[in-house]
Design a binder for this molecule. Structure first.
Ligand code: FE2
Ligand code: FE2
Length: 281
């Protein structure tokens, strides 16, 4: 597995930053921004799940990996929360986001309290396997390299670290006795649940920003966007479908030169590096 590093980032988010950080694609950019609004609640849920699993994990290496996973996810949601605070403030129409955030937070806290650990681990793995599969294609195609925005850096740093820790949720799920069929069933449920929420957040944001969307409403922009999206989905969908196979392992995901370059770039931009306190690290 690629080495995991806890990078402390200092992205400079401002109210003026370019929110359409995926070139010419306000709809895709706002789908991501909607998903990112969820992360200060979703990633703490993943961390709670992993911490609940820790007493059931015996392998010292996996115990360390689990702690590194939690530390990386902890940095992710803090950076996204900083960006979200700025984004919420730029448009009065985004005021409704806070109510959605509260509802989502309560739902994930309810999962931690009421659902079996194995369900929560399958949810975590469903989220991690889907995002890792998409991340590798996003890095390879330079999705975050085409617009100058701190939001593009945020996305690129995040997906690179998702690839660094891509096998942890999978390994912890299996260390806790998870089976293939239970993973498949609950992973599909989790992904449906996640996208239902992404849509609620993204729809609210899109409806509040019609002027911004109108500036991209030109035939030549639409043609370029369609071409790029076709290429993206042609590569991402087969990669995501592979995660549903019985023999799937996150270790089979290709780690490309673009991934290694992103690791080096964000290690260079980090303002510091975290360490975990554990029995073997
Ligand atoms: Fe993350
Ligand atoms: Fe993750």
């Amino acid at each position: 597995m690629a080495e995991m590093t806890i990078r402390k980032m200092a992205f400079e988010f401002t109210p003026e930053m370019q929110r359409v950080f995926i070139k010419n694609d306000p709809a895709m950019s706002y789908t991501f921004l909607g998903a990112w609004m969820m992360l200060p609640y979703l990633e703490p849920y993943l961390i709670r799940t992993m911490r609940q699993a820790l007493p059931h994990v015996q392998d010292p290496q996996l115990r360390d990996d689990l702690r590194m996973f939690c530390a990386q996810e902890g940095e992710h949601y803090k950076q996204h929360a900083r960006a979200n605070d700025i984004i919420r403030s730029v448009n009065p129409g985004f005021a409704g986001l806070s109510a959605l955030e509260e509802e989502l937070d309560a739902e994930y806290k309810g999962f931690s309290k009421d659902k079996p650990l194995l369900f929560n681990l399958a949810y975590a793995e469903g989220f991690e396997s889907m995002t890792s599969a998409a991340s590798t294609v996003q890095l390879e195609m330079g999705m975050y390299d085409r617009v100058d925005s701190p939001l593009a850096h945020l996305g690129k740093w995040h997906v690179m670290e998702e690839l660094e820790h891509r096998s942890v949720a999978f390994d912890v799920y299996h260390a806790c006795g998870g089976t293939y069929l239970y993973r498949l069933k609950n992973q599909l449920w989790a992904q449906g649940h996640y996208f239902k929420w992404v849509k609620r957040f993204a729809d609210l944001m899109r409806e509040a920003d019609p002027e911004l969307f109108a500036t991209y409403d030109k035939p030549e922009i639409a043609r370029e966007r369609k071409r790029w999206n076709r290429r993206y989905w042609r590569r991402a969908i087969p990669q995501i479908l592979k995660t549903y196979r019985p023999r799937y392992t996150p270790r089979e995901l290709p780690l490309t030169a673009e991934f290694t370059a992103a690791q080096q770039r964000y290690s260079g931009m980090a303002k510091g590096f975290g360490r975990i306190k554990g029995e073997t690290v």
